[in-house]
Design a binder for this molecule. Structure first.
Ligand SMILES: Nc1ncnc2c1ncn2[C@@H]1O[C@H](COP(=O)(O)OP(=O)(O)O)[C@@H](O)[C@H]1O
Ligand SMILES: [Mg+2]
Length: 237
């Protein structure tokens, strides 16, 4: 069996029969507030606690704000951030400092490669691929970039979460309509209303090489991070 990387979310690792296969690029899709950033951070901190370096490349939020939002979670460990075991980098400002044009896919690819090699990370999160690709002028460039990025990260022996920001209540996994076909896996976070409350759900839609459940699980964000509960236990059906 292909080596698996634990996500740090117990139920998700069980669904995935041990975790995400090493070297996979996964689309983590969902609308705003569904838990994408928290899930991705948990994946990085879980790896770092076992000695694996993680890299979080942000496009939408500055580093300080990201850290501030994580501080209350029990999986967060300031020491792992300080020692660069979980390296949080603002890709936009990094590109600015190095004079790299965000509109140029080749330059961005070079910058990502440099940051990954420099950090020695084996777990990489890009938050979000939607924001990153929005800088490119046309769809052909976007497709090519995502395709090459996944190839490059696999070559660098990274297991990657590409966060995809989709509008609420839509039945698609990506903004450009192609990410899910190129990716090795798709994890979808959704929201739904029950008794005028907005609840969250999580579903593994695709995971190459894994015989997984495609059931929807109820997702709760608690002090210890993401928790998944089978729907028949959640008292909703
Ligand atoms: N300490 C916490 N306890 C419970 N829920 C929290 C906590 N911190 C944040 N949240 C919830 O997590 C949501 C944000 O999750 P996040 O992963 O940033 O979403 P996304 O990245 O999908 O936009 C917030 O809207 C809030 O409801
Ligand atoms: Mg987010």
């Amino acid at each position: 069996m292909q080596e698996r990387l634990k996500t740090g979310i117990k139920a998700l690792d069980e669904i995935l029969d041990g975790g995400i296969p090493r070297g996979h690029s996964i689309i983590l899709a969902g609308s705003s507030g569904t838990g994408k950033t928290i899930l991705a951070q948990q994946f990085l901190f879980s790896g770092a606690r076992d000695g694996n370096i993680g890299l979080y490349l942000s496009l939408s939020e500055p580093r300080d704000k990201i850290i501030k939002n994580l501080e209350d979670f029990t999986f967060f460990d300031k020491k792992l951030v300080e020692s660069d075991m979980v390296k949080i980098t603002d890709l936009s400002s990094n590109a600015g400092l190095k004079g790299v044009g965000l509109q140029d896919p080749t330059e961005i690819m070079g910058l990502i490669r440099e940051i990954v090699l420099d950090s020695q990370a084996k777990r990489v999160v890009i938050d979000s691929i939607t924001a990153l690709a929005a800088n490119f002028a046309d769809d052909a460039k976007i497709r090519n970039f995502i395709y090459e990025l996944e190839f490059e990260l696999m070559y660098l022996d990274c297991t990657t979460l590409l966060i995809s920001e989709i509008p609420p209540q839509t039945f698609k996994y990506s903004v450009y309509g192609i990410e899910e076909f190129i990716a090795d896996g798709v994890i979808l976070l959704t929201e739904f209303e029950r008794k005028s409350e907005l609840l969250r759900a999580c579903q593994v839609v695709k995971m190459r090489g894994v015989n997984h459940s495609r059931s929807k699980y109820m997702l709760k964000i608690l002090e210890d991070g993401i928790n998944l509960i089978p729907f028949f236990n959640a008292g909703l059906e």
